[in-house]
Ligand binder design. Structure first.
Ligand code: PTJ
Length: 262
């Protein structure tokens, strides 16, 4: 489908089309479309823009990824559909390894996603032939690589399920999640929850990685200063502010800035 550039919600519609195409090609699962809808609903409430608290978390994530000894980025079907190129560029900037890790795992899907990442410029993508299991997970998400997620000290897990986020935290890893739902188990359990849309979050983290690369004292300062509970609290305060702002706008029948555009 051709989406006119002038459409007020162009970016959101493009993301939808990408996911539908990925589903048709067997890259994303139908459950991924449902997950995306849930994410969209939250993004609508946030005004489809990165909030100030999300930026703070993204900067902290960049600092942790730069300070890591074995940083790894986990990729699933939705992430490959929406942000393959951005993930590969981020991995290169850090530098970090990429591992394909799926909830609805089939070897065919793993191979397809590895190919997408390779076409986007990645090398040595992990995922095929896993050689370790994350303890305490029943699902196929437990399958992992010693050189990848299993052995990592810092893991970026966009669009995660709560079980694995929890299991990775139990393994004493720094778990950075990207999930628009601040109430999800993933956001509640991860070390650095980023409540922002996937593509925006990855681009912002990359920008911060590039800025901070030459400034190790600032990297150390950011890591010391970041407080997850305070940050998540600020996300909820922002939501409260947004809702009261929207309520006033709706009751006045007036402008509702930065949201519902249709
Ligand atoms: O490719 P697979 O087999 O690994 O499966 C991937 C899905 C996404 C189906 C799987 O990980 C899953 O079931 O995820 P959940 O438990 O539904 O969680 C997905 C979370 O991501 C939800 O809390 C959504 O709000 C959030 N989300 C969805 N789309 C986005 C998002 N967050 C940020 N950006 C998005 N674009």
């Amino acid at each position: 489908m051709k989406i006119p550039r002038s459409h007020p919600r162009y970016d959101s519609l493009v993301r939808r089309e990408r996911l539908v195409r990925a589903w048709k090609e067997g890259v994303a699962v139908p459950e991924g479309l449902i997950a995306h809808g849930r994410g969209e609903a939250w993004d609508y409430l946030f005004g489809e823009e990165t909030s100030a608290p999300a930026l703070v978390a993204e900067r902290a994530a960049a600092a942790h990824l730069l300070a890591a000894e074995r940083p790894v980025i986990s990729v699933n079907g939705n992430v490959a559909a929406l942000a393959a190129r951005e993930v590969v560029q981020l991995a290169r900037a850090i530098p970090a390894r990429i591992e394909v890790n799926l909830f609805h795992r089939t070897e065919t899907r793993v191979a397809k996603i590895v190919r997408i990442l390779e076409r986007a410029g990645a090398r040595d993508v992990l995922g095929r032939g896993p050689n370790a299991r994350i303890p305490g997970i029943e699902s196929k998400r437990a399958l992992s690589h010693r050189d990848g997620i299993f052995g990592a000290d810092v893991v970026l897990v966009p669009l995660e399920d709560g079980d694995r986020a929890e299991a990775l935290v139990r393994m004493k890893k720094v778990v950075i999640s990207v999930d628009l739902n601040p109430l999800s188990r993933t956001s509640q359990r991860s070390t650095i929850p980023i409540v922002d849309e996937l593509t925006r979050a990855i681009l912002n983290i990359k920008k911060f990685v590039e800025e901070l690369k030459a400034d190790p004292p600032e990297v150390a300062r950011i890591r010391r200063a970041y407080r997850r509970n305070g940050n998540l609290g600020a996300v909820f305060s922002f939501l409260e502010w947004r809702l009261s702002h929207l309520r006033r706008g709706v009751l006045r029948g007036g402008k509702r800035s930065r949201t519902p555009k249709r």
